[in-house]
Write a protein that binds this ligand. Sequence first.
Ligand SMILES: Nc1nc2c(ncn2[C@@H]2O[C@H](COP(=O)(O)OP(=O)(O)OP(=O)(O)O)[C@@H](O)[C@H]2O)c(=O)[nH]1
Ligand SMILES: [Mg+2]
Length: 239
Amino acid sequence: MWKAHSLPDRAALTGVMPGVTLDVSVTETEPDFTEAGRKLFAGEWEFIWASSKVDNLPPMKGFEFALAGRSNVGKSSLVNALTGRKALARTSHTPGRTQQLNFFRIGDKATLVDMPGYGFAAVGKQKVETWTRLIHDYLRGRQNLARVYVLIDARHGLKEVDEDILLTLDKAAVSYQIVLTKADEIKKADIPSLLERTSAAIIRRPAAFPKVLLTSSRDGLGIEQMRASIARLLSERGA
Ligand SMILES: Nc1nc2c(ncn2[C@@H]2O[C@H](COP(=O)(O)OP(=O)(O)OP(=O)(O)O)[C@@H](O)[C@H]2O)c(=O)[nH]1
Ligand SMILES: [Mg+2]
């Protein structure tokens, strides 16, 4: 556990160096996992498994981090942005591209899980039912799932269609965090109110992590923070 007293005391330092202002406000309360995140994701990620049924998941190793969200929100693109690989996960302009749970692993520590999207009726009733069952069964029952990143298109915000997934995670007490995607598509001026609205919408949800991440796989915004978030969770779990 990181200890606040490992940093010099602000008052003492200002005392010995008159006129010098120190900004240690961030590091005073939080350890910085940026470098740990960079290192983790600089390694060699590989595709290890695809599951279309929950009784055919890979053996558990280390911790899993799943990317969930409606079809076309940018889950597979985010896997590529995080791992720095252009086509590790397959992406597409048309919704319904990812049809299985795809597992990408680095060493023994961490696995990213790219999930099929929800809310895309055009694939047909049977596929919708199969994917819905797969998504919910996996999220409810996977013991080494450290966090689910629920992706939300920054242009649209949280919608009714996202309710089921949040409910499943709240009921199963699986920690999740909202990640707004495609930030490059919105005006900078709209960002503060979007973040406020999204945070307010999840504040009373029991399993929601309060901090909302803002990302763009296209221009790299927020990717470093998300890598750091994963590195932090691994460290907290002793991995
Ligand atoms: N502008 C912009 N477009 C993005 C971004 N991320 C993804 N896209 C586009 O959104 C579309 C869908 O991306 P995918 O990553 O395939 O989305 P997905 O959530 O995996 O979709 P499904 O597998 O079908 O559920 C593609 O055309 C991507 O190029 C982003 O950060 N900015
Ligand atoms: Mg996909």
